[in-house]
Design a protein around this ligand. Sequence first.
Ligand SMILES: *Cc1c(COP(=O)(O)O)cnc(C)c1O
Length: 367
Amino acid sequence: MWAEIDLGAVEANVRTLLGMCAPGTKLIAVVKANAYGHGAAEIAHAALRAGAWGLAVARVEEGVELRRAGVAAPVLVMGYAPDEALPAALEHNLTLTMSDLHTSALLSTFAAAAGRTADVHLEVDTGMHRYGVDIADAPGVVEALSDLPGVRLAGMYTHYASADATDTRVFDRQLEAFTNLVSELQQRGLRPEIVHASNSPALHSLDSCFDAVRPGIALYGVRPSSHWSPSLRPVMAVKAHVGRVFDVRAGEAVSYGGRYVATHAHRAAVIACGYADGYMRSLSGRGEVLLHGRRCRVLGTVCMDSFVVGLPDGLEAAPGDEAVVLGAQGEERVSAEELAERAGTIAYELLCGMCRRGSRIYLRPAG
Ligand SMILES: *Cc1c(COP(=O)(O)O)cnc(C)c1O
């Protein structure tokens, strides 16, 4: 199996998202988890070509990987940085997120010893209740950080817990609390230069854009909420070969555990893709692939390296034929949203796991 990654679609999505923000808003492209399974370096370069200002990842190692791939733009590390990762972060000029004064004090020591200044962003918890300093403590932490040698508080952000919900009350409360904090800091001359809050689903609200936005899933062409209207171009297609075509007789069971039993004779095809490739086992009996432009249902259990689909009447296939596991063929499309729903998860998890074993083929825009 293999994935085709449409870099022109990434660039178009970046431009669409930038067009939703106030002029001058910076876009920080979230490329954590190997760019949600799309390949971090290629996606980073495509996003920057299309006007992204910087990149965000979850781990220091992910940031180092971007630097090794020649990315010179700002790279924000949003997740926890263990003490032993701080020297690498400093060496590679990564912008760490501070959620406490322990890490900032240690970073300050390392930076001072190296004769450098490390840019950091402060995360403020306004209701996500994950990382971040409590909003009540934020002004004090901002002051403390501003006094630390070797550390420059370049940015401050918060993260929304429910920006995709149709009921916007939680979102509104977080936005209001954060906006108040930003004005308070502004009045005291302590406002960091780059304030940001919006993940993809929050981009519908212009008020929440501040100086920068932090979209992930929307870059990859997945609608971030049910009430999202701008059109995005899907980026990943996943394809696999037909490995074998055979007859199933009435009463015969297919695949591990015999969980599918044929009620009538029909043709079936083995698809050379399995849960080790990211085709989740929860798609057993539920997934659909496209073969010659027609939908074919998964029969029985998805195996590690393969699964079986039933061929609808009149459809013939042969080993070597191309099956579309995710994406379009002819008039039909299996979207990441659809496949995730069939798998009982969200497109984020599905995409992250796709194609860990297969190769990624990058389609570049012409010119
Ligand atoms: C993953 C992540 C994002 C991106 O979220 P999407 O919903 O994919 O747009 C933004 N900010 C933080 C802190 C994140 O962890």
